[in-house]
Design a protein around this ligand. Structure first.
Ligand SMILES: Nc1ncnc2c1ncn2[C@@H]1O[C@H](COP(=O)(O)OP(=O)(O)OP(=O)(O)O)[C@@H](O)[C@H]1O
Ligand SMILES: [Mg+2]
Length: 244
């Protein structure tokens, strides 16, 4: 279990609201092919504000492709994604980049931290990109690292961290700018079961505490167990979904 409680405040976003019935992301009839490979073949999905949604399914079924379309990283060949009243799927690259920076956070299987920067500098990147002064960005990042139980790691570079510590730093980086939605692709995929549990505890407690919507792709039933709802993708389509 974690030695630390989740943060009591997260810069930039208002405190908790309970998961509502309000749709935050509505995807309709998503299709995307890579050459002859039809990665998505008609996906409909509605994500409610504040919920934790797990996306599961076999390797190659289209989970990462779906996550990337929902997050405005990839554009579908057909179909639409509406986020908070804005149609992401027809925005141009610059508009999507602005939206991602302002509203979304990302965590991947391998933290993708910059290896030559300290943990603290890594966490501060989204704030600096958002135009915050370095002094304030570092102060906020340090506070968040502290609340994640990572104060002693702040000056270390990623190669000097354990896998679990590196993922928690990546989590802090994804959350520091106060995103409304966190997209996570196999965030515990490279961790042992104890570290996975610690990362998921922290992730779930933090997003629930602040009403952040979490969309998490995972193969791992223990990771999915933290979700409110699960959908299963097979052959580019959603084959089943249920409340957990
Ligand atoms: N950039 C790409 N170029 C070509 N084919 C791709 C590309 N990205 C994905 N694909 C193909 O699209 C299909 C869906 O891939 P996707 O990465 O979404 O699967 P996944 O469910 O995330 O798999 P995994 O669990 O292994 O990560 C696969 O057949 C994959 O090979
Ligand atoms: Mg994938």
């Amino acid at each position: 279990m974690n030695s630390s409680a989740p943060p009591s405040t997260l810069p930039g976003i208002p405190p908790a609201t309970s998961p509502g019935a309000t749709p935050l992301i509505t995807a309709r009839d998503l299709h995307l092919a890579f050459g002859l490979t039809e990665a998505l073949r008609g996906v409909d999905l509605t994500i409610r504000s504040g919920e934790i949604l797990a996306i599961m399914g076999p390797s190659g079924s289209g989970k990462s492709t779906l996550l990337h379309i929902l997050a405005g990283v990839l554009v579908p060949d057909r179909g639409s994604v509406v986020y908070n009243g804005q149609r992401i799927s027809t925005m141009n690259e610059a508009e999507r980049a602005r939206l991602r920076l302002a509203e979304f956070g990302f965590v991947f299987q391998f933290g993708q931290l910059l290896p030559d920067l300290s943990a603290l500098d890594n966490v501060s990147i989204p704030l600096l990109l958002g135009g915050m002064s370095r002094r304030e960005a570092l102060a906020r990042s340090e506070e968040l690292l502290g609340s994640f139980g990572l104060s002693s790691c702040k000056d270390k570079r990623p190669p000097q961290l354990s896998g679990g510590q590196a993922q928690r730093v990546a989590l802090a980086r994804a959350l520091v700018a106060g995103p409304r939605v966190l997209f996570a692709d196999e965030p515990t995929g490279s961790l042992d079961s104890l570290s996975s549990e610690q990362v998921m505890e922290m992730l779930a407690a933090t997003v629930r505490g602040f009403g952040v919507t979490l969309v998490v792709v995972t193969h791992d039933a223990r990771t999915a167990a933290y979700a409110d709802r699960e959908v299963i993708v097979r052959d580019g389509q959603i084959r089943s979904g249920f409340e957990l």
